[in-house]
Design a protein around this ligand. Structure first.
Ligand SMILES: Cc1cc2nc3c(=O)[nH]c(=O)nc-3n(C[C@H](O)[C@H](O)[C@H](O)COP(=O)(O)OP(=O)(O)OC[C@H]3O[C@@H](n4cnc5c(N)ncnc54)[C@H](O)[C@@H]3O)c2cc1C
Length: 446
């Protein structure tokens, strides 16, 4: 019997679910509702589009609505889901200012995350650059001119955007309320990232909360005020984080977890509601090191979880194994990566750790292009089990994090890691890879 799978949200989580469902069941009716114009777009690519590294915003779209339709998925763009009736198995949707009802048998909720704006006057005038359209509007505003930009928030997105604005010739100030950039790293590792940002010309202002974004009569920004200063701003970018977009699901009666995201089991099922699944930035995931549910908003998780939701919505039995917070970015001259837990997370969770940080070179010292790399490892005292890793360094540094992620995932101890059979040739590392040296240093303390 043909049933109807409805999907709310047409990006990573939602369209991964739709795609696998289509492959698994060619008779299934699949309808995906997306309130924007695009599907399967790369928000991750927006900083590179703003920087001008990618000239055509269309290249950020992996699969257009029409391409999905050609594969038998009924994509409805510019169509917002306003309500979910779980008992009647009905959605209320709005398109072209008209409301209608859409039935479903199975449902995948993939509504993503929504930006958290600073609660200060003027913030509402700034459009967060989280969608392709918003990225295009920012690029158009930059093309119209201006000399100064302020980026509020020094997380990885704020830093990537600040670098993009510098490469567009702007004087950029980054304002952060916390005492360090990139709160996902420990302070000692974040200091290298700050040095790279400053080396590119970004003025980094820490420990200052924004109090007002001043705009002119047309709503365009003119300056940003904090308790300690006033910063001229022809452009303002806000990167102060995002929260899971759960109102629609919560209003329908679906449970939220302690993280504030939708609670799901390891099959992406919403507990207590047969045939209702959720995936991506709007859900919580089991953190394998912390052994608790967390909300970590990454495309890597959204794509996999969508695939699992789509598999299970079509009668499969796929399990999402959890996350360990592996993430990577390029900030100015450095690549930056982390996995597992850092010192701050360990402290908050009451987990005792030993840690060591080493500085080395990314390639053999004599080989052209060799540059600094810092590796910090955290391990469990006694067993030496690897619990976390952070890497900052020049080109070639960051993807080493995947070895650390695999080691954490498989429960490797640092003394085992220190003798792991990793590759070597001068263009790639010294004879002992920096990871092996860091593991040996940590093993001495564990
Ligand atoms: C600037 C930037 C850079 C990033 N860089 C990286 C990176 O380098 N690596 C990485 O892993 N991750 C990165 N991310 C995060 C990544 O983009 C997200 O984790 C991923 O897009 C989440 O996918 P999702 O499908 O869960 O949610 P989203 O991509 O947010 O998609 C949700 C969709 O649902 C739609 N929607 C919401 N509510 C409704 C409704 N009621 N009706 C209809 N449609 C609705 C929204 O319009 C949206 O299109 C970045 C994010 C940003 C903003």
């Amino acid at each position: 019997m043909t049933t109807r799978l409805a999907i709310i949200g047409g990006d990573a989580g939602g369209m991964s679910a739709a795609s696998i469902a289509r492959r698994r069941d060619e008779d299934l009716e699949i309808v995906a509702f997306e309130r924007g114009e695009h599907t399967s777009y790369s928000a991750c690519g927006i900083p590179y589009y703003v920087a001008g590294l990618v000239e055509d915003a269309g290249r950020l779209i992996a699969r257009s609505p029409q391409q999905h339709r050609d594969r038998g998925i009924d994509v409805r763009t510019c169509c917002e889901v306003l309500g979910i009736d779980l008992d009647a198995r009905m959605l209320t949707v709005r398109a072209d200012d008209r409301e209608s009802s859409e039935p479903f048998d199975q449902l995948v909720i993939a509504t993503g995350a929504e930006p958290v704006l600073p609660n200060v006057p003027g913030a509402e005038a700034i459009e967060p650059a989280r969608t392709v359209d918003a990225g295009e509007r920012l690029r158009a505003a930059l093309d119209r001119g201006g000399r100064c930009a302020v980026v509020v928030g020094a997380g990885y997105i704020g830093l990537e955007m600040a670098e993009a604005l510098v490469s567009q010739g702007l004087n950029v100030t980054m304002i952060e309320a916390a005492p360090q950039v990139m709160g996902t790293l420990d302070a000692d590792m974040a200091a290298h990232v700050q040095e790279a940002a400053e080396g590119t010309g970004i003025r980094v202002v820490l420990n200052e909360g924004v109090e007002e974004i001043v705009t002119d009569a047309s709503g365009a920004p003119t300056e940003v005020r904090t308790a300690s200063g006033t910063y001229p701003a022809d452009h303002v970018v806000i990167g102060t984080g995002a929260r899971p977009a759960v109102k629609l699901a919560a209003d329908a009666g679906l449970a939220l977890g302690d993280s504030g995201a939708l609670a799901v089991d390891d099959h992406q099922r919403c507990p207590g509601h047969d045939g209702v699944f959720a995936a991506g930035d709007c859900v919580e995931s089991h953190h394998r090191v912390l052994d608790k549910a967390v909300n970590i908003q990454l495309g890597t998780h959204a794509n996999k979880q969508g695939r699992i939701a789509g598999t299970n919505a079509t009668g499969g039995d796929a399990r999402f194994p959890g996350v360990i917070g592996t993430a990577v970015s390029k900030i100015c001259r450095y690549e930056v990566a982390r996995t597992g837990i850092g010192e701050r997370e360990a402290q908050r969770a009451g987990i005792e750790v030993v840690c060591a940080t080493i500085e080395d070179r990314t390639r053999a010292g004599y080989y052209p292009g060799a540059g600094p790399i810092w590796v910090k490892l955290l391990a469990e005292p006694g067993t030496g089990r690897l619990l976390g890793g952070q890497i900052v360094g020049v080109e070639g540094a960051a993807k080493r994090i995947d070895v650390l992620a695999t080691a954490i995932w498989t429960g490797l101890a640092v003394d085992e890691l220190a003798l792991l059979d990793l590759s070597y040739a001068p263009p790639f590392s010294g004879v002992y890879d920096p990871l092996l040296i860091a593991a040996r240093a940590t093993a001495k303390l564990a």
